[in-house]
Ligand binder design. Sequence first.
Ligand SMILES: Nc1ncnc2c1ncn2[C@@H]1O[C@H](COP(=O)(O)OP(=O)(O)OP(=O)(O)O)[C@@H](O)[C@H]1O
Ligand SMILES: [Mg+2]
Length: 380
Amino acid sequence: MAFAYDIGFLGGGQLARMSIQAAQRMGLLCISLDSAENTPASQIADAVQGSISDPESLAPIFGQCAVVTLENEFVPAKAIRRAMQMAGRPPGSLIPNVDSLAIIQDKLLQRQTLTKAGVPGPKAVPLDGDGSLAVSQIGFPMVLKSRFGGYDGKGVRVAMNSDDLEQFNHLWATGGGWMAEEFVDFSRELAVIVFVDRTREGAFPTMETVQHNHVCDVVFPADIDASQVAIQAVKAVGGNGLYGVELFETKDGQLLVNELAPRPHNTGHYSLDWGGISQFDQHVRICLGLPPAPLDGVEAAMANLIGQDGPMNWRRGLSAAISSDPAVRVHWYGKEESRPGRKMGHINAVGSDALGRVKSARERFYLEAFGLSPQLSDPG
Ligand SMILES: Nc1ncnc2c1ncn2[C@@H]1O[C@H](COP(=O)(O)OP(=O)(O)OP(=O)(O)O)[C@@H](O)[C@H]1O
Ligand SMILES: [Mg+2]
């Protein structure tokens, strides 16, 4: 069967764009599907506008592409299975495999699957009625999570006591599907990019990640190796492909898995500049069934560029960041609109002082692009 495209992407955001850039360097043809116009991916490769939840718009992508992959975990597994049928394509035409997607996209099913396989993580129960099951099984403080569709902390709340729980009752009373989870008093958060196929497995270096207002702020090398538990987690959901694994390290040194993402991950963006293979190149190789490259980069750090209040002058920010430190690399996703809290780009640097350098370059960027420093805009 001859295909018009090598790889199709469901979703057209920055993760699709950076994966497509990697694929294009290898001469591969790509297309993306997104409900929005002028997405980061559509600026650099063919794109179609359409719903990523509708089998009718998914099926032509399966029909035209040798392999299809995900840019986010929100494409319903059911719609994908139907689209594959409509296009006469086998389940293996989606990488990551659709069964692992089905588990991951329901945070409760994901947690139950990990727990059953013996992967350490916070205990979770479904939320319904007055939440009494959660109170007896989990207790306070308690983390409330939307089972479906959360990102950047948008589906996460913390209830400190029964008054809080009552206040949040409307969330699951309206039938949205929520769960309650043990609050982990972690000392830090970690992340690992894992790749697995039928015969091979591997993991990028373990990174420490710091969140600010629930959005990833900076990422830098952790002095710990969490790859074993991260690979175990991906295998527990029957994974085949490249995954981001988020973990907590508790104050007594335990590693707990928070959640998996069936795609490249924000915490792996440093790999664009670390000198070894990037997570995007590795993702493309895994999608095509090619051997993954060895991981031989150097220490690197990343700071996210997050949208702030007010108008943005990106070119002034870029020029200020690079002028302040010519060794940093600025990546910009080409999103049409900058909104507070939105991931707009990131800055990478390598070397032992990389974390300090990406932070100072980012301050210069914010100062010039938004006319304010992050400290002034957000005292938190
Ligand atoms: N059980 C928990 N105990 C303590 N903090 C938690 C817990 N679960 C989540 N958090 C905090 O909330 C953040 C967001 O939670 P989670 O990763 O589950 O949601 P998300 O919206 O899918 O996030 P993202 O898309 O940013 O990865 C975590 O990175 C962590 O800082
Ligand atoms: Mg998360």
